[in-house]
Design a protein around this ligand. Sequence first.
Ligand code: TPP
Ligand code: MG
Length: 413
Amino acid sequence: MTGRKTAVTTPYTIGVPPFRPGEKADFGGKFKEQPEDLPRPDPAKSTAQDTTAHASGLVRVLTDEHEAKGEWIPEISTEKLILGLEYMMRLRIFDDRMLKMQRTGKLSFYMRSFGEEAVAIAQTMALEDNDWIFPSYRQPGAQFVRGRDMVSMICHCIGNTEDNVKGRQMPVHYTWKEGRFISISSPVGTQFSQAVGVAMASAYKGLDEACITWLGDGTSAQGDYHYALNFASTFKPPVILNVVNNQWAISTHQNLATGGRTFAERGLAYDIPSIRVDGNDFLALYSVTRWARDRASAGLGPTHIEVYTYRAGAHSSSDDPSAYRPDDEFKYWPGGDPVERLKTYLIKSNQWDEKKHKQLEQKIDDEVMTAYKEACEFGDLASGPYPPASTIFTEVYETVPWHIQEQREELGK
Ligand SMILES: Cc1ncc(C[n+]2csc(CCOP(=O)(O)OP(=O)(O)O)c2C)c(N)n1
Ligand SMILES: [Mg+2]
């Protein structure tokens, strides 16, 4: 995809988007990589060298015919797969409702996970409950897996009296201590080194706890990404470092961020086992993440994963992708739709059916609507009530610095 045109006239080839508005997107139909291409190395012994082919290839489990094939088929029960499907459906329906709220002035801002629902959900399901989650704004779905109540999530997005972070964060920048879901950072990428640090602390304490973290293709240009990989490479803590390559960083295409090699291959230079996985294939994602978790338990330390997916929606409620890519580009993505793919696999293998699917969809729709109405009872964006202004000064510093104290007195709170 690189080199078709250059952004600037230089002796070098600089990556630009493959398709622009008005052009027909054509990714060549299907992925050329197939589920049986890559072996599954023993997680208790694997080294970076064992993953050379995995870093440039693509781990898949689901075939184009929606069957599961190859060494990466995970050990996962039907019940767990159906639960995964339910979480993905809930996230999509929840996101749509929240975006409607934003469009009708009931939220100031919103970001969907549309097209990437499998990422946080399959990967969190592959972990242990005591593992720590260091997300970006594109992984709120992990909270469903950990059991967070939707009312509480909506109250946060509104910033009303039940917002657990009392209006201190932008909508979608969730924090949820009970679920070990660490506060989302607006300056992108900071979570990577934090995850490595906490994983180092767990290792020093001798706890079998791992950390998982994600950042985007664009964010991998931040120094934080390299600091984290450097420390992970040196101290070998139990951490799973994911680069979610969803093709876009707002309007900047990933071609401009890679320099030609895959994102996964960068991990090999740090001597960290690195795998590129189809991010819309629930089974492959679950399997690769479980493999990484097993490495962590075996004391082998970090794993670096490139999650290869597509951001089907706008970057955020403030973005209009029709200005920089064909409107229907996502329909041609070879990875398809993660929800449809898991659903079709389950139906084809007689674990699920259309009738159950419709009933589940209706049930979730009703749950989201009920949660939305309940959340609004604690205050709406236009008229409140909101958390009291005095909360600006509480719960941040154990000992309040003099200048904050002065500001508080000035405000009379
Ligand atoms: C340090 C920093 N620089 C710039 C921004 C503005 N910004 C927010 S999201 C974003 C794009 C990130 O793209 P990517 O990492 O690919 O993640 P995606 O949105 O695709 O999930 C940018 C530039 C920011 N929040 N923080
Ligand atoms: Mg991106």
